[in-house]
Design a protein around this ligand. Structure first.
Ligand code: PGA
Length: 252
């Protein structure tokens, strides 16, 4: 049985702890008893404990972090390590394009973070995606394959199986202009090839998500693209009805 679709809400640098508690409570209220998808909330670090308390182990919703350091501990002022997150989180996002672009995270750094997440016993969500310029230059295939290979090749199969990959074209994030389903299907096929390469030719049940301007209205079409197993949602995850509408649109 393939895993259910994953609908992840990346709250980015939004929400104070009280606001986060409200948002999480509204999401719990609006989700049906059997959502038919796995829902993942990814609040900022200072909200994790609060949201964890609101969720009270509700089996419909998992909790994740937006980032972590690659070392487990040390003199890294201002940083947070994967073992620290483990108390609240089942998942941690690595390689989001905002981290790659604004914080200069290279493929090597992203790989080290992904390994830190695995070491801590959490599930990594590896985000990959081409910029508008790379797309214009016809480099989409090469960029996606490079980022995904750097993240996944050489992982033992049992660890690979805990990974999720998110295709997030940088130009589609927060722009209101999502990729079209045929581009998403093409990108997903490239990522699936890398996953199979990492699994020495097997076809493991690793979910590939799409992210970039997903809304409740567009979700069914975007996430109906071939090979897509859910969404990584930014802006629309900050409004409970919109976010739960996305979950409902892809519910199985
Ligand atoms: P968006 O962001 O849904 O606001 O486009 C997606 C993301 O950054 O994960």
């Amino acid at each position: 049985m393939p895993p259910p679709p994953l609908i992840a809400g990346n709250w980015k640098m939004h929400q104070t702890p009280p606001q986060a508690a409200d948002l999480a409570a509204k999401i719990l209220e609006l989700l049906p008893p059997n959502p038919g998808v796995e829902v993942l909330l990814i609040p900022p670090y200072p909200c994790l404990q609060t949201v964890h308390e609101v969720l009270q182990g509700d089996p419909r919703v998992a909790l994740g972090a937006q980032n972590c350091h690659w070392e487990d501990q040390g003199a890294f002022t201002g940083e947070v390590s994967a073992p620290m997150l483990k108390a609240w989180c089942q998942y941690t996002l690595v390689g989001h394009s905002e981290r790659r672009q604004l914080f200069h995270e290279t493929d090597d750094i992203v790989r080290s973070k992904l390994e830190a997440v695995l070491r801590a016993g959490m599930r990594p969500v590896l985000a990959v995606g081409e910029t508008a310029e790379e797309r214009r230059l016809g480099q989409t295939h090469a960029v996606l394959a490079r980022q995904a290979r750097a993240g996944l090749l050489g992982l033992p199969l049992d660890q690979l199986l805990t990974c999720t990959v998110a295709y997030e074209p940088v130009w589609a994030i927060g722009s209101g202009a999502a990729a079209d389903p045929s581009d998403i299907a093409e990108a997903t096929a490239i990522l699936r090839e890398v996953v199979e390469e990492a699994a020495s030719g097997q076809a493991p049940a690793v979910r590939i998500l799409y992210g970039g301007s997903v809304t409740a209205d567009s979700a069914a079409e975007l996430l109906g693209a071939r090979g897509v197993a859910g969404a990584l949602v930014g802006g629309a995850s900050l409004k409970a009805p919109e976010f739960c509408g996305i979950a409902a649109a892809v519910s199985r």
